[in-house]
Design a protein around this ligand. Sequence first.
Ligand code: PAF
Length: 281
Amino acid sequence: MEIAKDAYELRQHLAGLDGDTIAFVPTMGNLHEGHLSLVRRGFAMAEHVVVSIFVNPLQFSPSDDLDAYPRTLERDLQLLAAEGVTLVFTPSEEGLYPEGLQVHTKVTVPGLTNVLCGRKRVGHFDGVTTVVCKLLNLVSPDIALFGEKDLQQLLVIRKMVADLGMPVQIESVSTQRDARGLALSSRNSYLSSEALDIAPALYRNLVAVSDAVQGGARDYAGLCSAVIQRLNKLGFIGEYCEARRCSDLLPAQEEDTDVAIFCAAVLEGTRLIDNIVIEHY
Ligand code: PAF
């Protein structure tokens, strides 16, 4: 497995891949099974898998603790080597943003980014699309893979790629969960064992809403506000629970058939997000 620390080294290694197909998995490190499932899907679709590890300051707001974000590079590299990853790109902040964050060109996807997570985390998605656009330009992969746990992020990136005519196929992989249904996330490592016992209630509640909708219920507002109430009783601070259309993230209407329930709630100071796409109803 090769490691490229800057864009120059990345270009050298990519040149050696000689036109073979490349699947790309951008990450912020602290890798878990969710990331590895993206790598495995990448290998099912392309000859090489390239992974980037970069904790992107541009997508953190001043209230997020960027310095506390878990950084586990040695362990991450071992996991990726065991998967047979071809190349890992580990740029520095100065490498990606040489003149600083404030003056760097930004990529903004309107509409989809000012609802759900974008309402509270102002500028977050601009940070995501800016770094993903840059990484896609640098790596120039055939396919890029993203997890469905961050469904809003996935939809935003799909729109960016479509709107800008970027020559890459965006592939999504279903959310990886632990045995109790908790979506795997780097942020789970912040939770105490007591909180880890409570956290699976987030997904259980989404499944309950999905079951109700499949059973004919359509009072999305009522179903979602009941979720927030139940989570709050368990010790979460519910941020939002909303039913939205996957096509444009507008609030779901009774007649819509591409609906997902999105939820964010804070537990022990850690913000957890999850979603469920309601299938065939
Ligand atoms: O999903 C993430 O880990 C990040 O938002 C991404 C896509 C790697 C961009 O920094």
